[in-house]
Design a protein around this ligand. Structure first.
Ligand SMILES: Cc1cc2nc3c(=O)[nH]c(=O)nc-3n(C[C@H](O)[C@H](O)[C@H](O)COP(=O)(O)O)c2cc1C
Length: 361
């Protein structure tokens, strides 16, 4: 059942409009053009490191798939493209393969591409409440020899999905236990509703290594479940899901929420990232990397070349932005002047967030 649900989610994401309609608000961040960049394009270095692996660009392919026999070649193409470009890749929830070992190869294919690839395992927060949580986490990591484990928080999806797991009590404690027992870094991520400052505070407190904000602005999981419930004839769930289509903290707001803590956690910007300028704006706000899911799913259905083409454009746009800001590397990008305006400015002021671009003197 979990395996079939995975395929149905992927097909809905490929074929239907499941996007959040109110935007990431990264357009409310303006970077200041530098007409005198004392640099040659070849001097621009966008490489970085995450969990001991070198990345040629601060980009990861966000968690999507594995878990159904028909997803193996999607993961294979994504991993080959990631390996060719020297970026990282996350697999989708490994729950289906933990319950049915015949599905393991749909995930393992990612690690088989290369030992040097940054590969991130994935499981859902709801699974942490099982007495076998630690066993699951270790099995997910060893299945693909992962460099880190991402745990996804998805309360909205569970609430509007037919048969969703609606028990979340005890998750913070379970996450904290997991961090203590795990010998790999733990990333806590949302799946499109963002992370608030208060939730980020808990994540910092339990000792996780990274937060992936996965804010609102891209794939709306309420939208995915709206179609899913409709197809399965559950009109109550589909009506509720439709109401929450545009629920969540937009990506730019979520970044400001999390970054205002000034913790030393790695921060990943994702949710509606479409181009290299979005990546640059995220890093200028203070994020370390950016992630993309659905924009890479469509090319992943066709070929490795199509994924490489999509990502190459993003990398070229990111380098262009650094050049136009006079930045040699990502450290310099993190300290460029910027202006925050519009809804993002209102949000930051009303929430009293201390973020780059807001002078509080
Ligand atoms: C087809 C598809 C499947 C996904 N499956 C998972 C998953 O298994 N685990 C997870 O943590 N996130 C999953 N996600 C969420 C993404 O990792 C990401 O957080 C979210 O889609 C927002 O990014 P986007 O706007 O770039 O799509 C999935 C996304 C898509 C499009």
């Amino acid at each position: 059942m979990i395996s079939d649900r995975k395929l149905s989610h992927i097909l809905i994401c490929r074929d239907l409009d499941v996007s959040y309609k109110k935007g990431t608000h990264l357009d409310d961040v303006e970077l200041i053009h530098c007409a005198l960049p004392e640099l040659d394009l070849e001097d621009v270095d966008i490489s970085t490191k995450l969990f001991g692996k070198k990345l040629s660009a601060p980009i990861i392919i966000s968690s999507m798939t594995g878990g159904h026999p028909e997803t193996k070649n999607i993961n294979e193409r994504l991993a080959k493209a990631a390996n060719r470009l020297g970026i990282g890749i996350c697999v989708g929830s490994q729950r289906a393969a933990l319950e049915d070992p015949r599905l393991k190869d749909t995930f393992r294919i990612v690690r088989e591409i290369s030992k040097d690839l940054l590969v991130i395992a994935n499981m859902g927060a709801a699974q942490l409440l099982s007495p076998k949580a630690r066993e699951y986490a270790e099995a997910a990591i060893s299945m693909i020899d992962a460099d880190a484990l991402a745990v996804h928080l998805n309360p909205l999806q569970e609430l509007v999905q037919p048969g969703g797991d609606v028990r979340f009590k005890g998750i913070i404690h379970a996450l904290s236990d997991l961090v203590k027992s795990l010998n790999k870094p733990l990333i806590v991520k949302e799946i499109g509703c963002g992370i608030s400052r208060e939730v980020a505070q808990e994540i910092v407190r339990i000792g996780a290594s990274a937060i992936d904000v996965a804010g609102a602005g891209g794939t709306s999981w309420a939208a995915v479940e709206f179609y899913n419930s409709k197809q399965s004839g559950d009109s109550l769930k589909s009506e509720v899901a439709e109401t929450f289509w545009n629920w969540g903290i937009p990506t730019a707001m979520s970044l400001c929420e999390v970054l205002s803590l000034k913790s030393n956690l790695t921060v990943i910007s994702s949710g509606g990232i479409q181009n290299g300028l979005h990546v640059a704006k995220s890093i200028a706000l203070g994020a370390d990397l950016a992630g993309m899911a659905r924009p890479l799913l469509i090319p992943a259905f066709s070929s490795e070349e199509a994924i490489v083409a999509r990502l190459s454009r993003i990398i070229a746009e990111l380098k262009t932005t650094l050049m136009l800001l006079g930045c040699r590397d990502l450290a310099q990008l993190k300290s460029v002047p910027l202006v925050i305006k519009g809804d993002l400015l209102n949000w930051v002021l009303q929430r009293g967030l201390e973020v780059r671009g807001i002078d509080r003197r």
